[in-house]
Write a protein that binds this ligand. Structure first.
Ligand code: PRX
Length: 663
């Protein structure tokens, strides 16, 4: 390892010297975290001093004095007496430091048209929008739901909320009206920002009708709906409630003073699936979240402001879009691509065409996307010039070694390091990942906790396992971007994350440490599925199925799937007396399609089961718990495992007999 005093050749800055420890007065100082081995040493020497230095590169309206207050564990406070504004850090300070002309967003639309926004233009847009929101009655602390396509306005909406200290709750545009309503109701959002529609696979799909439906059936807290015109055409309009973005924007001033908020002020709520039917509103703070999002983005992607063109393919509806499209990259003054559409519209080379068009240098995507591209064939990316790439990232699930090798060879030209980044909605930022240029990578392993992060693999009794052993992944020390809780439910926060291994955060993932001590993630150990890198709860889909009048009982499992990692497979018992309705729907096949559509309506298309099997019994223990393990065996076409604990061991025979010929 180089000596601790090594200077970063690109900046000449020694990260350990005192010059990096001062509060930059609105500067463009983002050299805080160049990826070098000394970061590990610095963090190991004094973890809190390490995080202090990472936080000090942000611009604080009021500097903090205390780094961590863990006295009310598991409720953490980081940098608590400091005040700052996230949008100021992401945008204004770059403009003030003379970088207003640098491109922030390169927006690529599905139809091939494009637009770009410099940091100065983004500042104007979010200032106007902050004024609009204020005029609409949104103030600091009010929650705002955002239900948008992946267009620059989604980024502006988030930053405008941050500018006035109104926590945003982004709901993925693929979620249904019901899912949207329950999220709006839980957060009691005062306003919704949406678009008339979005382009998907060459078609204009409506978006606002879902908002109208959600508000017609509940969500009384919402007073205003701000609507971006994206697809054009007619939309239903509620006078007094609905406001066109472009009309309000026209008269809004570009002058707006960002509101400094305490570091612990919630920057956003993001709903994610848990092990029960009700999604959890994960709450993230302003100061700690921003510190770690920016630091990790900088070191993991080796980001060089102004020189790089970075592209993360995530939608802002997910945490990856929050941390690695909006906050991390923009605090680091990144020039980045955002793409509205799907990877195969109008052709299967769309992503690679975009990399060539913009000269993308860092590309961050998911194993499911890589496996899909593999399936389409390497001659497709082979048609494009991908030589601008210098780093590849992966997130969402373990990347299998075959996909890793393909990614490295076909996309990365055997020259780009791959960072396999493990983290969660709850962790807010990357926790376990190799660092480019430092860690010798291993296909399929996320490997090592980042400097400043403490992770362990624990056995059943909470002891750390040795090298070569498996167990449960836990985070053993608090970290700045950790969730601050579940919105409105402190007990669920304690129970879900802190009760399995008291004093330590239980991530819900199984993991193994190899002979070198590197960490390999083995997937969820709870009732959460991972479909194309998206988290879905088995119970949430079961509840959706059971809410259909034909369904008596349902059990859902995640079965391995070559492309999507896991696929949703449901076992459904129909109520007696539904025979005629099923007949009218076109028999079993028709009924199954009706149920799939029902789940799509209740939750969203991503939750639709890939397969539904109609059965007459479900395997249960004597205490009535469904044995999903056995159903998974069936769904994966394996020999069924141990059935001894079943209340009635003949049930599995029944299920299998009933399924013959239906696969
Ligand atoms: O099971 C892990 C898996 O995704 C879960 C978190 O999902 P979500 O909160 O939706 O966030 C996804 C994007 C950060 C984790 O509990 N996961 C995420 N990244 C990886 C992963 N599993 C293995 N390797 C990864 N790199």
């Amino acid at each position: 390892m180089p000596a601790a005093s090594d200077r970063d050749p690109s900046t000449g800055i020694d990260p350990l010297s005192s010059e990096t420890r001062t509060f930059p007065p609105s500067s463009d100082f983002v050299e805080h975290a160049v990826a070098r081995p000394w970061l590990y040493e610095e963090a190991a020497r004094d973890r809190l001093a390490f995080w202090r230095a990472r936080a000090e590169v942000l611009s604080w309206a009021t500097p903090f004095t205390e780094v961590l207050d863990w006295s009310e564990a598991p409720f953490a406070k980081w940098f608590a007496d400091g005040e700052l504004n996230a949008a100021y850090n992401a945008v204004d300070r770059h403009v003030e430091a003379g970088h207003g002309d640098q491109v922030a967003l390169l927006a690529e639309y599905e139809d091939g048209s494009d637009a770009s926004y410099t940091y100065a233009q983004v500042k104007d847009e979010i200032s106007r929008l902050a004024n609009v929101l204020t005029d609409l009655g949104v103030s600091t602390g009010d929650r705002v739901a955002i239900y948008m396509p992946m267009i620059p306005e989604a980024v502006f909406a988030m930053l405008a909320c941050a500018r006035i200290g109104a926590p945003h709750s982004v709901v993925f545009g693929g979620f249904s009206a019901d899912a949207l309503r329950s999220r709006i109701e839980d957060a009691e959002a005062k306003a919704v920002i949406t678009a008339d529609g979005q382009f998907r696979r060459g078609r204009a799909l409506p978006l606002k009708p879902a908002v109208d439906e959600a508000l017609a059936t509940g969500a009384p807290s919402v007073q205003k709906v701000l609507v971006v015109r994206r697809t054009g055409g007619d939309v239903a309009w509620t006078e007094g409630r609905d406001v066109w973005w472009h009309e309000a924007r026209e008269s809004a001033s570009t002058e707006h003073q960002p509101v400094p908020v305490p570091a612990e002020h919630p920057l956003f709520i993001l709903y994610t699936s848990g092990t029960t039917g009700k999604p959890k509103g994960i709450v993230h703070s302003t100061g700690g979240y921003l510190t770690q999002a920016a630091y990790t983005h900088r070191v993991v992607f080796d980001l060089k402001p102004a020189a790089d063109v970075y592209w993360c393919t995530a939608d802002v509806g997910w945490i990856t879009g929050h941390s690695y499209v909006v906050y991390g990259p923009m605090v680091n003054r990144t020039t980045q691509v955002i793409y509205e559409g799907t990877p195969d519209t109008p052709h299967q080379g769309r992503w690679w065409e975009i990399i060539e068009k913009y000269g993308v240098t860092q590309f961050y995507s998911s194993p499911t996307a890589i496996r899909t591209a593999m399936k389409w064939g390497e001659d497709i990316p082979g048609k494009y010039d991908l030589s601008s790439l210098r780093l590849l990232g992966s997130v969402g699930e373990s990347i299998n070694p075959e996909a890793w090798m393909w990614y490295r060879r076909v996309i990365g030209g055997d020259r780009c390091p791959i960072v396999d980044t493990w983290w969660q909605t709850e962790t807010g930022a990357i926790m376990i990942s190799p660092l480019p240029g430092i860690t010798s990578t291993k296909p399929g392993s996320a490997q090592v906790p980042l400097p400043g992060i403490s992770a362990e693999v624990l056995n059943d009794t909470g002891e750390p396992v040795g090298d070569g052993e498996g167990g449960y992944l836990a985070l053993t020390e608090p970290w700045p971007s950790m969730l601050r809780g579940i919105w409105g439910d402190p007990q669920r926060y304690r129970d879900t994350y802190w009760s399995r291994f008291p004093g330590r955060y239980f991530a819900g993932d199984g993991a193994r440490k190899d002979e070198d001590g590197d960490i390999w993630l083995l997937g969820r150990v709870d009732d959460v599925m991972n479909v194309s890198g998206h988290r879905l709860s088995t119970t949430e889909i079961e509840s959706a199925l059971v809410s259909h009048e034909w369904v008596a009982e349902a059990a859902v499992v995640g079965a391995s799937d070559e492309t999507t990692g896991q696929a949703v497979v449901a076992f459904v018992i129909l109520r007696s007396g539904t025979e005629q309705a099923v007949e009218e729907a076109g028999g079993e096949e028709g009924a199954i399609e009706v149920l799939r559509q029902h789940v799509g309506r209740e939750i969203g298309p991503i939750a639709k089961p890939k397969r539904i099997l109609l059965v007459t019994e479900l395997p249960k223990t004597r205490s009535g718990k469904i044995m999903r393990r056995l159903l998974r065996d069936v769904a994966e076409n394996r020999e069924v495992g141990d059935t001894q604990t079943l209340a009635d061991s003949s049930v599995m025979d029944l299920i299998q007999q009933g399924m013959t010929g239906r696969r």
